[in-house]
Design a protein around this ligand. Structure first.
Ligand code: FAD
Ligand code: UDP
Length: 367
């Protein structure tokens, strides 16, 4: 079988590149080993009719106008600002840590002006800041580190914060005001009809065919393509030649609670110190859906299973760099996305990377 471009994976990376190249007149075949498009952002109505995210809560937020403008071709938006609480010492306190978290945790009544000086006293200055432990100790000191970050991180990654790069914990800011939003990005919204609808619109192009339930490994010899765009795990592409790149997985436990219009106060509650799961998310907060019941998901981290997170730490980066040397030599193939670039990307960052990859493919002119 012949095509101009073969795209492996129908998540953000694959769908954006497919759409861009199809719109530029190329014939694109997308193969996706799962039974659906959308990758990990896939959403669907559960049996009781509540819109849920099969692979855990996905909240779109970005500062990139380019990315918003691009995706707005395929969806309208419903504004949504995410908020989370952490269950610590029997209390529900805002996470990211803010003024109310510090006051609630220590039983204080500090003002915005005073909390800076307080954190200055309790923080443990670190220089250089290399690990996730350094980041948190450096910002808020040991008490808050132990209760909010240490055990959550050990559960999430199966590693101590001291074994993870600084960038992991640095995703979560520390604030001295009362802003309790998870992010402060300019644009925070969810696709009005859901992520899957947005992906359907993106892939609905006469030049695109999508084959679901097809693993690239089984068809790579059968399809002749002038160019391949690969968005799966980079080590799998090269048959794990240098050994397996570690990825972290999760098990998602979805539950519907009939006759319970609302389960918890905010969309997500994190459990740093109890339970085998890290957090509980109630989807109706994200979607504003009206329904007499509600649906929640608990996320249980694990090492086996689908690869969801690259694990940012120096030895993994070193192994990834060895794969990168193979990537550089692999002519006619573009590697893009969270798994293919082994980067802890958010959705908007994947869209940005995919738009760039598509431009480069077209500029190179080989297809
Ligand atoms: P993926 O979505 O993983 O898509 C890759 C696709 O390739 C998959 O569908 C896979 O089945 C397919 N594939 C792989 N190998 C093959 C093969 N051999 N043959 C055929 N198909 C193959 N980001 C945010 O911005 N906000 C959030 O709130 C957020 N929450 C998240 C929560 C969780 C629990 C997780 C795991 C991620 C979250 N993310 C969030 C990150 C977001 O999911 C990713 O950035 C994004 O989905 C990555 O898109 P991708 O196309 O690179 O990869
Ligand atoms: N984190 C933590 N406690 C929390 C929230 C986050 O220790 O209550 C740490 C943890 O290591 C986590 C990282 O910060 O993996 C990044 O958190 P984020 O919410 O961005 O994770 P994601 O949404 O990608 O799962």
């Amino acid at each position: 079988m012949r095509t101009d471009v073969l795209v492996v994976g129908a998540g953000y990376a694959g769908s954006v590149v497919a759409e861009r190249l199809a719109s530029a007149g190329r014939r694109v075949l997308v193969v996706e080993k799962r039974s659906h498009i959308g990758g990990n952002a896939y959403d669907e109505y559960d049996e009781q009719g509540v819109l849920i995210h099969r692979y855990g809560p996905h909240i779109f937020h970005t500062n990139s106008r380019l990315v918003v403008d691009y995706l707005s071709n395929f969806t309208e938006w419903r504004p949504y600002e995410h908020r989370a609480l952490a269950h610590v010492d029997g209390k529900l306190l805002p996470i990211p840590i803010n003024l109310d978290t510090v006051n609630g945790f220590y039983g204080l009544e500090l003002s915005e002006e005073e909390v800076g000086a307080f954190l200055e006293r309790v923080r443990e200055p670190r220089s250089p800041v290399l690990t996730s432990e350094d980041v948190v100790l450096n910002a808020v000191g040991r008490d808050l580190y132990q209760k909010f970050f240490k055990n959550y991180t050990r559960k999430h990654w199966g590693l101590d914060p001291s074994q993870l790069s600084a960038g992991v914990a640095a995703r979560v800011p520390v604030r001295t005001d009362r802003d309790d939003r998870y992010w402060t990005d300019d644009f925070q919204a969810l696709p009005r009809e859901g992520y899957t609808r947005m992906f359907e619109a993106m892939l609905d192009h006469p030049n695109i065919s999508v084959e679901l339930g097809v693993d690239f490994r089984e068809v790579r010899e059968l399809i002749q393509a002038a160019h391949v765009v690969y968005t799966g795990p980079v080590d799998a592409y090269f048959d794990h030649r240098f050994g397996r790149l570690p990825y972290r997985s999760l098990r998602f436990e979805h539950t519907h609670l009939p006759g319970t219009p609302r389960y918890q106060r905010v969309a997500t509650i994190n459990y740093p110190n109890e339970h085998d799961y890290i957090r509980v998310t109630e989807f109706k907060h994200l979607t504003s859906q009206e329904h007499p019941g509600t649906s929640i998901v608990r996320e249980y981290p694990r090492s086996e299973g689908d690869p969801y997170y690259p694990i940012p730490r120096p030895e993994n980066q070193a192994l990834y760099r060895r794969y990168q040397s193979l990537v550089a030599r692999e002519k006619g193939v573009t590697f893009v996305g969270r798994l293919a670039q082994y980067r802890y990307y958010n959705m908007d960052q994947v869209v940005g990377a995919a738009l760039k990859a598509a431009r480069e493919i077209l500029r190179a002119g080989s297809v």
